[in-house]
Design a protein around this ligand. Sequence first.
Ligand code: SF4
Length: 313
Amino acid sequence: MKENIFGKDINACEALMTELGEAKYRGKQLYQWLYQKRCENFSEMTNFSSALREKLDGQYIEAVLMHYEHGASLCVSTQVGCNMGCKFCASTRGGKIRDLTAGEILAQIYLAEKDENLRISNVVIMGIGEPLENYDAVIKFIRIANTGFGIGQRKISLSTCGIIPGIEALAEENLQINLAISLHSVFAERRKQLMPIANRYDFEPLMEACRAYFKKTGRRITYEYALIDGYNDRDEDITGLIKLLKGSQNHLNLIGLNEVQETPYKESPRLSYILGVLEKNGVNVTMRRKMGRDIDAACGQLRKKRYKDKVSL
Ligand code: SF4
């Protein structure tokens, strides 16, 4: 399979040009064509000779999978399927097929902009897949989305189900992005039932990694919490959330659960009540209704049924 040219950073573009026997500065020109001018056809790269365009042509992009809603905020996928096994999530059925490359993740922005004739200003890395399990490609994606596509780092959010080594590595990247953690329960055992990955990365060590992340980056963390009827919306859950977050700069995002047909989990009717109690108790909290209008959704819960999938493999 040929390598995608889309997703190469500036060094890789220069290396490619050198490999092709061209001057190094051609790499910078290629980078500009790809990301600043959003050129999708080599024939439009008018400052390249026809011989060079021919050499490049065999490596042009194929978009693999994108997952988006109309609007200037785009939710991107980082893997085809997912191995994390979260019980409320449709994306994990069938497991992970493969990781996406940085270019394939970028292509989701590119194609959404092209299809909808708009510019994406916010990106949420919360679609199918666990981004920190595809770490290198995702970091590369973020850097190119920022410096190439011109999307501000603070306009990029990454959501993880709690991969501790990934959080630790991310803290060292010197990025200004927003980190969101799929929390969904403050009780370790309940969280494990809901999110099997918590058996590997338990609640307390995860909270410790989050504290270290905040200390290192100064970036507040958002905890995503999908309210499930009778499971994590009980009075003791509210008390646990208050204990965890009262007075903290971190932020709690309550979400109306998107019910997945094959699971027993139902949306909680207590959403507004819980929001009120948490607010009264000094928790920095917002509420997000079920996805639909708002693309900024809980990690991996974008169901095919509710959203357009575009697949080109
Ligand atoms: S919620 Fe996210 S991490 Fe969990 S299974 Fe779904 S896609 Fe994977």
